[in-house]
Design a protein around this ligand. Structure first.
Ligand code: NAG
Ligand code: NAG
Ligand code: NAG
Ligand code: NAG
Ligand code: NAG
Ligand code: NAG
Ligand code: NAG
Ligand code: NAG
Ligand code: NAG
Ligand code: NAG
Ligand code: NAG
Ligand code: NAG
Length: 598
């Protein structure tokens, strides 16, 4: 539980020092008592040198007597007091107790001791001595043990606290905030000044205290993978600073908060894996900058929220495993765009009926784009000016769980270029429209477990980015179009349990599929199935080879601007695997932590 997957976003808060805040040489020297305190602090540790890291303290001696010019230290321009100490990743090994000279630096505003080894000592209670100036404390991934001292709860100016992955345990008095430990009890109430609050990956229980409604500075609230219960606070739609709201994986029940105020700044709402009921509040329409909405695995009963299509920034919509019903084919020709930036839509496991939505397929422009290779991730990014001495950019990559390539995968980060439609396990009927060939950026298309009939449209051959195509468990007929052999990245292909007939195409990726891709179609023949094709039966004539396309298709090819990608399947397969495997690791990514730019 403690090593939850979502927690690595903590590490992606990157501190960016702005160089012009460096003190210039003509300033007065640092205070002697602070100089001595720093030297003493340094000397209380063994420096455990590693090839990859250069301890900041190594340079101190050579940088002279003015501690304000030492690496990792910033002083107030006017008073010359040390206000900023960053000794993260400095190979410090040893214990800290309350007598440490560190606590003589009474003017500290920012303290970063992350990624050191404090030899399982407790976080000293004297940390509370820094309570009135300290505004940011980062001891993430530093090896401490025991409980957090209650004095940390008194930090009235604290805006940023990271004690993640510190192996802290035990009961916590309800006035402290923290994350990624094995904490239980009721949810601690952080100081009202807190900007980011995450307690994911703990075992907190009980209801969310109503005090959270008063945290008007809160930008990030992450309560995921706990055991919280009760209903959601109605005020969640009313917190004006909130960018990220993650309540996933708890035991919340009842309705989604009804009122989402216009002008809210929410970019991500995640409420999946709870027991939420009722329908979607129409005021979600007011979340004009929303990029990511995940309400999967609840008990929401509603019709398809086409009105969310008016959100100009919405990129990811996950509604799987709920009780949505009705048709999603809408006839609203007067609207030019609907879901203009949508890249990932997962409606699987609901009760949708009717035909596939031609009107929507025609408007999903982001899915139709074949992006250039671009390894950027979907994330919240915002510059947040925090103190007079540094800027804290707020970087928070989106994460999600979806089924791809036959497995439930947790994507800790989502590449911009990943585009997916999962409509599986509904009751969609009728033919698969040719227009789906328009969505050329798709990497995953899953229409399995519906009641689709007719033939597989040859236009699927235009989806040149496809890595997984699942049409299994439908009522599809006729032959598998040879055009599909041109999908160079196709790794998983499944047309099992349909009414397909004729020979299976050969060549390219099709040589890699096994017979369970084709199972349960009594009319299919040829490798990899054991049933041989009867060439005297005209129904079973071998299909034309993929390079000599039939006439009726070439018109379509031109229409969709098809460009043949002659990569060869070996290459395609390899790239497919690499791109497709940029998924989660459940371990904390230490290297992220060291990604602090000077
Ligand atoms: C330093 O002092 C000047 C003049 O007294 C003042 O304008 C400025 O805001 C001070 N700077 C800081 C960082 O306190
Ligand atoms: C680490 O802790 C152990 C046990 O408390 C102690 O024996 C050892 O001296 C400590 N090492 C340092 C460098 O403080
Ligand atoms: C605190 O640690 C120092 C060594 O770092 C040690 O000399 C001192 O006795 C310790 N004080 C207490 C109260 O444990
Ligand atoms: C912490 O503050 C108390 C009182 O404010 C003081 O007596 C004590 O010496 C301080 N601790 C350190 C390590 O400076
Ligand atoms: C974490 O702390 C517990 C005691 O609370 C200890 O048993 C365990 O060995 C520690 N784990 C690590 C990785 O340090
Ligand atoms: C929120 O703040 C207001 C005024 O500051 C106070 O009256 C109210 O009791 C607070 N609510 C909670 C739940 O703390
Ligand atoms: C979660 O909370 C419920 C009560 O709300 C309790 O019955 C259950 O045991 C808790 N589960 C865990 C794993 O702590
Ligand atoms: C939301 O805020 C408005 C004022 O901005 C207030 O009138 C309304 O009662 C609040 N709603 C909730 C549910 O807190
Ligand atoms: C990659 O995507 C980002 C964000 O969409 C964009 O700003 C950047 O220009 C793109 N880079 C390339 C090389 O296309
Ligand atoms: C398609 O969806 C079904 C049902 O949700 C799932 O079992 C299957 O593995 C998915 N196919 C792929 C290729 O991910
Ligand atoms: C295809 O789907 C069926 C069930 O619909 C499944 O049993 C089979 O393992 C799948 N095959 C592949 C290759 O994904
Ligand atoms: C599928 O292949 C396996 C061996 O890989 C074979 O035993 C089985 O009979 C084949 N099934 C069909 C339907 O061809």
């Amino acid at each position: 539980m403690a090593s939850s997957s979502t927690h690595f976003f903590v590490s992606s808060l990157v501190f960016l020092m702005i160089s012009f805040f460096q003190p210039s040489s003509h300033q007065q020297l640092c205070h002697k008592d602070e100089y001595l305190a720093l030297m003493q602090f340094k000397d209380s540790f063994v420096i455990e040198r590693q090839a990859s890291t250069r301890p900041k303290v190594d340079l101190w001696k050579s940088q002279g007597i003015d501690c304000c010019s030492w690496e990792g230290i910033w002083c107030d321009q006017n008073t010359s007091h040390v206000i900023h100490l960053d000794l993260s990743s400095s190979c410090l090994f040893g214990s800290i107790n309350s007598s440490s000279s560190l606590f003589r630096l009474g003017h500290l505003q920012y303290l970063n001791l992350a990624l050191n080894e404090f030899n399982f000592s407790k976080i000293p209670s004297a940390m509370g001595n820094l309570s009135s100036q300290l505004r940011a404390l980062d001891v993430g991934n530093a090896i401490f043990s025991g409980e957090l001292p209650s004095s940390i709860g008194m930090f009235s100016s604290l805006e940023y606290l990271d004690v993640s992955s510190c192996n802290l345990s035990g009961w916590v008095p309800p006035s402290i905030d923290l994350s990624f430990n094995s904490l239980k009890g009721s949810l601690p109430i952080p100081p009202l000044s807190i900007l980011f609050y995450w307690v994911s990956g703990n075992m907190f229980s009980g209801e969310i205290p109503p005090q959270f409604c008063n945290m008007t500075s809160l930008q990030l609230l992450d309560l995921s993978q706990n055991n919280l219960s009760g209903t959601m606070l109605q005020c969640f739609g009313n917190l004006s600073s909130m960018l990220v709201l993650n309540l996933e994986g708890n035991n919340f029940h009842g309705p989604i908060p009804e009122t989402w105020e216009s002008g809210n700044k929410l970019k991500e709402i995640k409420m999946g894996k709870n027991n939420l009921q009722g329908r979607l509040p129409r005021s979600l329409r007011n979340c004009k900058v929303l990029e990511f909405l995940d309400l999967g695995n609840n008990k929401i009963e509603d019709t398809f929220p086409y009105w969310l299509g008016a959100l100009p920034e919405l990129r990811i919509l996950i509604l799987h495993s709920n009780r949505f019903h009705g048709t999603i084919s809408i006839k609203v020709p007067e609207i030019d765009f609907l879901f203009p930036k949508l890249r990932i839509i997962d409606l699987s496991n609901n009760g949708f009926v009717g035909t596939l939505p031609i009107d929507l397929f025609a408007r999903w422009n982001a899915m139709a784009d074949l992006d250039e290779e671009n390894a950027t991730y979907l994330q919240v990014y915002k510059h947040h000016l925090m103190m007079n001495s540094f800027i804290l950019p707020f970087q928070f990559p989106y994460s999600m769980t979806i089924t791809n390539k036959g497995e439930k995968l947790e994507y800790a980060k989502i590449l911009e270029i990943f585009k997916a439609i999962d409509f599986s396990c509904n009751k969609f009927e009728g033919e698969i429209p040719e227009l789906v060939g328009n969505l050329k950026g798709l990497q995953l298309l899953n229409l399995s477990n519906n009641i689709l009939d007719g033939q597989i449209p040859p236009a699927l051959g235009y989806l040149t980015s496809l890595e997984a195509l699942d049409l299994s468990q439908n009522k599809l007929t006729r032959r598998i179009p040879t055009q599909l052999t041109q999908l160079n990245f196709l790794e998983v292909f499944n047309v099992s349990h349909n009414h397909l007939t004729g020979p299976i195409s050969k060549g390219q990726q099709f040589d890699t599929f096994e017979n369970n891709s084709f199972d349960g179609n009594s009319g299919l023949c040829g490798m990899p199935l054991s049933r041989k094709c009867d060439y005297y039966n005209s129904e079973n004539l071998p299909p034309p080879s993929s390079t000599s396309k039939g006439n009726e298709d070439s018109g379509l090819l031109a229409q969709f601007g098809w460009k043949l990608v002659l990569l060869g399947y070996g290459c395609g397969f390899l790239i497919g695997v690499v791109i497709g495997n940029i998924v989660f690791t459940r371990k904390r990514e230490w290297f992220m932590k060291t990604f602090r730019i000077w």
